[in-house]
Design a protein. Structure first.
Length: 366
């Protein structure tokens, strides 16, 4: 019986290795056109390495107070590295995420509490199926205060007794952060099936469940995920058709195409801030149009070939609602036209921002 069990375990392990190897091969064969350095504000940025950056985006992007999560490379010496260069383990860079957050809503310590629950902090060689220096964990602190908080957080984790082995995640002073290629950003949303297959085979979720299922849950503000039945009950027929079935409302026959009041437009389902009236313009198309998002981190842009030509669909990140499309025929300074459906939006006048919980945007209209 023992011999048979060992044989079964060996086969399972071999399959896992083959799957992991397949995805690494697929990643390395993907187009890799280089990265660009991003600037960041120290007090509003957390830089965390936890293995595959595809898996590090979702747990932070669902948190209220997190404005954006960008996958990239940091810690090495090579400027503007490509994915292939980093994965070849010759640059010293790690895969990491740059998290921009609002300290008045969520703290750096709370972000670290989430971070520890996503990684194996005892592995010095990589993370789960992904092994190599570029997949090792690290906390890149941006200033002395972040270093102090990170040191205490690491000590608290070690003292908790959750892990038997030593916590080896290093604390490193943050340096340049290079945004990864576009196909890596929001991979879990853009390539949902491939991401789920990879994640299931990686061993990450099994590890997280083993060590954290019996621990107290973190009490952090998150965007609410509604079921389809709840969405149907909440929306009108046209709102459901637009947001859930990628429909388009009639031009000029919608409430916001000619609205000129000051305020912000939020996602009808999740309430996440999307656009400001300061960026609205009359595109003569009959739909509300904007030159830019109010919070770019709340916007997902996906290729859309539904009409036999390539367009860029715009969806809300947390509500996962179809909003409209973005085109390159807008006015300066962006040259963009975010052509949205009124049926996917809710307008909040500037006078009601505080009452509705959006007081941070009041300064937009002073």
């Amino acid at each position: 019986m023992k011999k048979r069990m060992l044989t079964i375990l060996s086969v399972v392990a071999l399959i896992a290795i083959m799957i992991g190897g397949y995805f690494i091969f697929q990643q390395q064969q993907a187009k890799s056109s280089g990265s660009k350095e991003l600037s960041y504000t120290k007090e509003e940025t957390a830089i965390l390495a936890g293995g595959c950056f595809w898996c590090m985006e979702p747990p932070f992007e669902e948190l209220k107070g997190v404005k954006s999560v960008i996958s990239g490379y940091t810690g090495g010496d090579l400027e503007n590295p490509t994915y292939n260069q980093v994965s070849a383990e010759t640059t010293g860079h790690r895969e990491a995420v740059l998290i921009t957050f609002d300290p008045s809503v969520i703290s750096y310590k709370q972000l670290l509490d989430v971070y520890w629950r996503q990684v194996d902090p005892t592995d010095p060689n990589g993370q789960f199926v992904d092994q190599g220096e570029s997949y090792t964990t690290a906390i890149f602190y941006t200033d002395a205060e972040q270093k102090r908080i990170a040191e205490q957080s690491k000590k608290d984790l070690a003292a908790s007794g959750i892990f038997d082995q030593k916590i080896v995640t290093p604390l490193i002073e943050a340096g340049p952060f290079y945004e990864a290629e576009d196909y890596h950003q929001d991979y879990y949303l853009k390539s949902e099936k491939k991401y789920k297959f990879y994640r299931a085979a990686s061993g990450r979720d099994e590890f997280i469940n083993r060590y954290w299922n019996d621990q107290p849950k973190l009490d952090l503000p998150k965007y609410t995920k509604l079921t389809d039945d709840q969405i149907k009950a909440k929306l009108t027929d046209i709102q459901y058709k637009v947001t859930q079935e990628d429909g388009t409302e009639p031009a000029f026959d919608n409430p916001y195409h000619d609205l000129k009041a000051d305020g912000i437009y939020v996602d009808l389902i999740s309430g996440e801030p999307l656009f400001s009236s300061n960026d609205k313009f009359d595109s003569k198309t009959g739909w509300p149009s904007f030159i830019r998002p109010l919070e770019k981190g709340n916007i997902i842009e996906k290729s859309d070939f539904a009409l036999g030509m390539k367009r860029m669909e715009v969806r809300s990140r947390h509500g996962n609602a179809h909003l409209g499309h973005v085109f390159n025929d807008g006015p300066e300074p962006t040259g963009l036209r975010y052509c949205m459906n009124s049926a996917a939006l809710r307008f909040i006048p500037k006078e009601e921002l505080k009452k509705e919980g959006y007081e941070q945007y009041i300064s937009e209209f002073k």
